[in-house]
Design a binder for this molecule. Sequence first.
Ligand SMILES: Nc1ncnc2c1ncn2[C@@H]1O[C@H](COP(=O)(O)OP(=O)(O)OP(=O)(O)O)[C@@H](O)[C@H]1O
Length: 558
Amino acid sequence: MLLAVLLGCLAVAGNVGLLSLAAYLISLAALHPPLVALSTAIVGVRFFGIVRALLRYLERYTAHSATFSLMGMLRTWVYARIEPLLPAEVQRNNGELLTLLMQDVETMRDFYLRLLAPPAVAGIILLAALRLLSELDTAFLYVLVTAFFICGVLCPAGMYYWQLGNAGQLLRTRASLNGHIVDGIAGMTELAAFQYGEKLTGQMISTGERLTVLQARIAWGQATTEAIGLFTLHGSVWCVLYLAVRLVETGQLPGVYLAVLVFAVQSGFEAVLPLTAASRYLPESAAAAKRLFSLPESAVSQGRAQREDRLNGTVTLERVEFRYSKDASPVLKNISFSLRPGRRIAVVGPSGAGKSSLIAALLQFGYCDKGCITFAGKDSTYFSPEAVRELFSVVPQQVYLFHASIKENILLAKPTASQSELEAVISQAALGELIDSLPQGVDTLVGQQGQALSGGQRQRIGIARALLKEAPVLLLDEPFAHLDTLTAGRVLAGLQEALRERSSLWITHQLTGLEMMDEILVVYQGEIVERGTLRELLAQQGMFWQMWCLQQDRLPFE
Ligand SMILES: Nc1ncnc2c1ncn2[C@@H]1O[C@H](COP(=O)(O)OP(=O)(O)OP(=O)(O)O)[C@@H](O)[C@H]1O
């Protein structure tokens, strides 16, 4: 950036040199001197003509290259900040995330390119101009300082305050429009089913109109301040001309320098005029920087560089309290249980009780302020989040499939898996029949987010993928939610075979197959309210028993 400032100053100096020498050459030529007297000026004009273009090119090249490498660093920083927070903080608003990653980072480009270097160049040129002109007459100083103050301070400040009121609104309106667009694409089925499309289109149009009004207001402010700047420039040129004529009349300045002075002053403004346009980006850049630099630092990313390759599947939670964001209230309280290799634990409880949050806590997608989670006896703070996540394989409630083939989606968990490993998990997830029925078999494309498949088929691909990962602990969130009883039975048999040596945590609403569990945890309002084997829980006749009776289609008082 420093080099860009230096080259910027040299480019402006080159411009001043070219125009001043050209003016000098024309004025001198008008006096019909011998050609030799013009030769130095002719060479000078040629020299500055070439050097000015070269310097401008080098200045642009250096400034852009410095900006793009700063942008690269900023993007990496933003991504590194967002990645460990997923999904707890960021998935709340995809549109906002899109704005953050695309628009806000792009806005910072203007900060680096237009707001860092140009004021430095303008300041240096002003000092140099004052130094030179003060030799001639102090009146020039008053004209120049006033003009530079109007063009370099008042106009940019006016533009800045005009923008200040609008920039925040502009970013928020853009973010909201992006949110509507993401909703429109991701929620296409619901839009069609509930005829909500028209309402969403209306919202998009009104947001778009608000955006246009804001942009027009910003353009008006820019045009006005730029017009004032140009008016000041030409006014000061006239003043300099007037003062220079008086110097020529009194013999203090040779006549050939009259035009030189005027052109030198005019070209010197090249450094100041862009400041007004640049200040337009200041509030927007400040708002973008505020959003970017206020990205919360992940609690799990601090001070955990350790990895351990041979972590076994023993996971212990002791009086854990978990929340999704720092300022939110805890969704899990006082949670304690231990998951040893080969052990199966089921988690049941009403909707919203905090069952899935247990998975989020284990994967460190939030903040565990109280209690501790240990892996193989060592506190979780000892490990990097990546090392912890390597320990687990997950079948989430909503399996996400990439727009690729079935095979590629399964191999995501282990790209180096052999054909026999692939076939084994396909069979354990009861996918064989489906794949055989497809003309392109495992190479069939699943469509955007797996749209070309049914919910149950997507879920079984998710199960196959999770089984392929050689992780000692498997976390299953409603693995049978989309499956019919027959298919669920086949998948359960496959899972039992695959999970002989691994530990597993099963979140489920269906209270069937619980006899194969070593322990059942009943979660209610973020706490474990009952625990034990199926037999023990039924004997307690508590909340689990009530749920059990309801699912058996019997009322508890029958
Ligand atoms: N990503 C998130 N960010 C913030 N809060 C969340 C997030 N996910 C869940 N919650 C909140 O945590 C609480 C527990 O939700 P959780 O998904 O763990 O319940 P659950 O028992 O799995 O429910 P269900 O059986 O309906 O899936 C809810 O109040 C929910 O609003």
